[in-house]
Design a protein around this ligand. Structure first.
Ligand SMILES: Cc1ncc(COP(=O)(O)O)c(C=O)c1O
Length: 373
């Protein structure tokens, strides 16, 4: 079945008007409901009054404006790194980092389920590429122990986007130190949602210092769009000089920078959003598990309901849609064959009633045989 888009006709929250009907949305990455936070909208209009909308040039020409510089300082401080650099998207961050630093004679080690942006960048770099499965670190250790490479890079997501489980960052830090490798962590789904000031899983675990390069996206919990890399100054200078997806593209808009700058302040001033998100995730996961549904290894605000066959996942998603829920099916090649699923993502503003009504709908489908457990 061909994939297609739907059209949303309002600001996004736990509900949205989709193709003319209001639905409860369980698939957006607006985890903290910042995409239409009044303070952020105010910051955007204020910045646009002063600077206009677009930066209208690449960063190395006239595209670096005060809001870009200020935002990069804020990100460096959030991630406790010497410097940070913003990009038009999280995708381009991974492309920039991996294709710039990994050279011929190097080895890139990826979690088998790393995001497509990481895999594609690794495949297009001249370094050799190997994968490992999380939890099964003997294979990773074997690769790390191979002396035939110059530099070795372990690259992982912190929270996995389709499974909602966490990388074992403590183990990866132990191994990178043991073998002198570099650790790159993509905090796309944890940024804003975890850690004392919302820097992500590494901050929550007290391991930020051990991560050589942090990648993040402004396109999920921060409610805007764009990506960020934070690391040592020397690495950021290398990216500024060599990363093609930094050099040959127009700078992010001023509006976007103003939005994200305000969002970072809100991460600090409204920690209750993170707490509510975690509470919601625990509540919904328990409800799904009580129904006997397979939520995999999820421990976060991303909860898969693993169904199996693609056609069954599509049918469940369609029936949910007809009952007022927007939860698209996720199917191969995004996930492995035989693991087609619903990928439920929570928002801090979801209510218990909304989560209960989703469980009731799924329970009805289990009872009438449309959903096997
Ligand atoms: C782990 C991970 N990295 C990077 C990206 C890309 O981020 P962006 O949407 O900002 O390009 C995503 C987005 O789906 C992601 O899940």
């Amino acid at each position: 079945m061909l994939r297609k888009t739907v059209c949303i006709d309002c600001a996004q929250g736990p509900t949205a008007v989709i193709d003319g009907q209001r639905k409860i949305v369980f698939c957006s990455n607006n985890y903290l409901n910042l995409a239409n936070h009044p303070k952020i909208i105010g910051a955007v209009t204020g910045a646009m009054d002063k600077y206009g909308l677009g930066a209208v040039a690449s960063r190395l020409l006239s595209g670096t404006m005060r809001p870009h510089v200020e935002l990069e300082k804020k990100f460096a401080s959030l991630f406790e790194k010497e410097a940070a650099l913003i990009f038009p998207s999280g995708w381009t961050c991974n492309e920039a980092v991996i294709t710039t630093i990994a050279e011929k004679g190097d080895l890139i080690l990826l979690d088998k389920l790393d995001h497509a942006s990481i895999i594609d960048a690794a495949q297009s770099s001249p370094a050799q590429l190997r994968t490992y499965r999380r939890g099964k670190y003997e294979r990773l250790e074997r690769f790390l122990g191979d002396d035939g490479f110059e530099k070795k890079f372990i690259i992982t997501e912190s929270i996995f986007s389709m499974d909602g489980d966490r990388a074992d960052l403590a183990k990866l830090v132990e191994l990178k130190n043991k073998y002198g490798a570099f650790l790159i962590v993509d905090e796309a789904h944890a940024l804003g949602c975890m850690g004392k000031t919302g820097a992500g899983l590494a901050q929550e675990l007290g391991l930020l210092d051990e991560v050589d390069i942090v990648v993040g996206t402004m396109s999920k919990a921060l409610g805007a769009t764009g990506g960020v890399v934070a690391s040592k100054k020397v690495l950021i200078e290398l990216l500024i000089n060599k990363a093609r997806s930094f050099i040959y593209t127009t700078a992010p808009t001023v509006a976007n920078c103003a939005a994200v700058s305000e969002a970072i302040d809100i991460l600090d001033s409204e920690p209750q959003r993170r707490e509510k998100l975690a509470d919601n995730a625990n509540y919904l996961r328990s409800g799904l598990q009580e129904l006997g549904l397979n939520t995999g290894n999820s421990t976060t605000h991303i909860i898969p309901v693993i169904i199996g066959e693609e056609k069954d996942a599509l049918e469940v998603s369609k029936r949910l849609y007809d009952m007022g829920f927007f939860v698209p099916a996720i199917r191969p090649p995004t996930v492995a064959t035989g693991t087609a699923r619903l990928r439920l993502s929570l928002q801090s503003d979801h209510t218990k009633e909304q989560m209960d009504s989703l469980c009731d709908a799924l329970s009805g489908m289990i009872n009438d045989g449309a959903l096997a457990i």
